[in-house]
Design a protein around this ligand. Sequence first.
Ligand code: ATP
Ligand code: MG
Length: 751
Amino acid sequence: MINKSKNFLNRIVEEDLNAGKYQEIVTRFPPEPNGFPHIGHAKSISINFGIAKEYLGHCNLRMDDTNPTTEDTQYVEALKDAVKWLGFEWDKEVRYTSDYFSKLYEYAIQLIKMEKAYVDSLDEEKMREYRGTVTQVGKRSKFAQRSVEENLDLLERMKKGEFKEGEHVLRAKIDMASPNMKMRDPLLYRIKDAHHFRAKDEWSIYPMYDFAHCLSDYIEGVTHSICTLEFENNREIYDWVLDTLELEPPRPYQHEFARLNINYTVMSKRKLLELVEKEIVSGWDDPRLPTIAGLRRRGYTPESILNFCEQIGVAKANSVVDVAQLEFSIRDNLNPKVPRVMCVLDPLKVTITNYEGSEELEASYYPYDVPKEGSRKVPFSKEIYIERDDFMENPSKGYFRLTPDQPVRLKHAYIISCKEIIKDGQGNIVEIKAEYYPDSKSGSDTSGIKVRSAIQWVEANKAKEIEVRLYDRLYNNEAPDGIEDINPNSLKVIKNALIEPSVLPEKIGVRFQFERHGYFFADPIDYSDETPVFNKIVSLKESSSQKRKVSQNKPKLQAKKVQIDGEVTPMTQEEEVLFEKYTNELKLNSEVANTLARDKQLSSLYEEALTTHSSPINIANLITNEVARELKNKSIDELKFTPKQIATLIKMVDDKTISTKIAKQVFEEMSKNGEEPTQIVESKGLIQISDPAVILPIIEDIIAKNPENVEKYRAGNSKLFGFFVGQVLKATGGKANPKVVNELLKNVALS
Ligand code: ATP
Ligand code: MG
């Protein structure tokens, strides 16, 4: 049985559980409340809370508040909000390192008594000098010879505030010759004459991270102290403190993973603070920031962020993730569920001279390939607005929209053709006079008129004015350094966009796709009935200008053309023929058809796959998504799989042998080693299990093993439903048909 993406942390936790090292898994998320949390913290949150959830333990939220000068309660609130919004619950109350100040102080006294710590009074410069270098051993301070009594006395007076900052520090007595520089008598306490937002003025000394962190973990009964790689060298101190104090077991152990880095993004709270303080952005929740508050305000969903964290995985080596992957995750999350509506950002008036009166047109919210249904009424009359760039007087080749000679379909409505162009004194087009074809109504079109695209529009008198905020990357530089790399065009505000009237009454918390523009979200702060404001979450496609050049030794056979919200480059004759065929005969949506038609490699793979198994839509989806992604980094002759194998894979999906989720997994294997998909499915036992007779015993087993959770669920904790589904999927290696599992749990096992 295969384990669903088990990472090294899962393996460690499982080994510890199997060895009986701990009764219960306890993790913690330990931020310093000195700024708003960002997407990097989301990764840490999803790992720490995720592990606790998966192994039925718990996770503490602990504010690491040992630096009184930078901390603030607004940051504490922001951290709590972020964890909750991502869907996690911390154990009991929020904890604070400052709650343990007295205990930590006692441990310090104990170390002094064990002659394992001393008060040092070297000045900063001497201290640095004595520490030595990587190639040179250090030298211990003469103050290390102070007696236990003297050390105890000095520490107490430091605590009471009798000395100035920098006069004394408390250090561990470890090894001034250690090859690990961190072990050369690290600082445990420093004098800081500052007011603490919780401990007030009680303390004039504050513990250092290396002393406070391991002991706070121990005090809370943490088992796995998961942190980022930059703390690798601190692990030795972590172990030294806990072992030297001879604490009663069990004790926690530290494990490191690679921190998340994203290109075009800064992720340090210090740099984010600078953007906020210098008012380069509107605040910590500016939708251009990678803060949780910013992403949330922009319209990202918690699931999209968690999916992103899952997809990038947990690694032991640092790397940089492409920001396009984050954008992909929100697009992927919204595509199957948000309603499509029509909005015109740059209106051009069209008067349909042969139309009289008005009507309401039935318009579906979702395209046919989305498994949701629903519709609204859209008003129509002789006066409408279309997007200015959906008309071209002198069209370039391959321009598919309205021109003096080319009709266009108004989405959900009629086909119109241009009869007259009205210009102002400067020659700017101010209006189009058009005619419509009465028998071309969407859904009952008998006109026989050929059009090449459908465009969005709004009825002139009923449309509502809205403000639209379009965001681009905050930095121009792939590896931004600071504010000098800021992109001056990261925010574009459109004050007079026009939207169909159905949208406004239901705006709150609802996400929309504005047809052909992207995904949008009502700004939760600035939206008002007088000025409705919508944020652009993400465009419909990764734009070609933003595409990262993938460093590659081999030249690519053919650069990939990507179309954004309309045509950029005209199609060749050949491409046009393909496009027609894909949309008309094979019923692909125009986006997919366009991608295929414009890419020789993809279309030839596609055509060949179709000769083996005729499933035009599903094969097209796999090719334009998964295969296209492979081709981003590879040339076509580097692909390990054949078109025939693609067809075989899709056939298994169509036959319901495997789920689409498993298909993606099989595809990944295929692209690694070119193995036959049927073989992969067989050897890994991936065949979807839909038979209730097979699934039910597994469910019963899980129910028998988790009596407490069953009780809690029955007592009303409905959140646990997900836990049970997860366990069944886990027990079947992701093969159980989720629909069947849900039904069985709901209607049989837990009812
Ligand atoms: P920053 O450098 O942004 O200020 P930090 O590491 O100082 O971040 P803390 O508030 O001390 O932030 O961190 C809380 C937890 O979040 C720590 O366990 C830390 O390792 C983790 N964390 C912070 N940034 C990232 C990141 N980019 N990727 C993964 N985990 C992170
Ligand atoms: Mg920090």
